[in-house]
Design a protein around this ligand. Structure first.
Ligand SMILES: [Zn+2]
Ligand SMILES: [Zn+2]
Length: 196
């Protein structure tokens, strides 16, 4: 499996697991496939529970706002899961680096891939590029891979909801917000003009 220079897919996969936790082990493995992992994992009864613990630990990194605290938590997780880099050529993927021992247990592989991938993402792109959605009460994890690094919301829907709220706080009428303040589903609807 490949960690691109930004560790992007690994962080996005962690966010996907956090935001939409699979109900069983097969669901977790399916998610790893969707994010491009091809390796076969050993089957262990505790995989589902142990992977949940991996994601819960990772959420502590997400919720640590101080970069130094964030780094300390990630260093602990890498120390627990990662090993010296190793060149490997499994499953016809081509030669690439693994940051872990030759252990095929699902939670252990994910802990290594997610912690190293997150460390690469934050160090290459910016320590602030991981957060919770700013549109309360939404708590979805946002992995900021945008060019300008200012993504605060998990979705267009949440961004629009926050815009409406800001406008109301400023004493404005929601109706004057225009298309930006509307939910995406209503944006395409034609408004009947009473002047006709
Ligand atoms: Zn690999
Ligand atoms: Zn959101």
């Amino acid at each position: 499996m490949h960690l691109n220079p930004y560790g992007e897919y690994a962080v996005l996969m962690a966010a996907s697991l956090a935001n939409d936790w699979p109900r069983d082990r097969a669901g977790i493995e399916q998610r790893t496939r969707e994010f491009g992992m091809s390796m076969a994992f050993g089957q262990h009864p505790a995989d589902h529970t142990r992977t949940k613990a991996v994601i819960d630990d990772w959420l502590r990194v997400v919720d640590a706002e101080d970069p130094a605290v964030r780094a300390r938590l990630l260093n602990q997780q890498m120390a627990a899961a990662a090993a010296y880099p190793r060149l490997t050529d499994h499953d016809d993927e081509g030669w690439h680096l693994h940051y872990r021992d030759e252990n095929d247990a699902l939670p252990d592989v994910l802990r290594a891939v997610i912690s190293v991938g997150t460390a690469l993402h934050l160090s290459e792109r910016g320590m602030h590029r991981l957060r919770r959605c700013a549109a309360e009460p939404c708590t979805a994890v946002v992995v900021d891979v945008t060019r300008n690094g200012r993504q605060r919301y998990c979705s267009v829907r949440c961004a629009n909801r926050a815009a409406v709220r800001r406008h109301r706080a400023q004493g404005g009428e929601v109706a004057k917000v225009g298309p930006v303040g509307l939910e995406p589903t209503t944006r395409g609807l034609k408004v009947r003009c009473s002047a006709n």
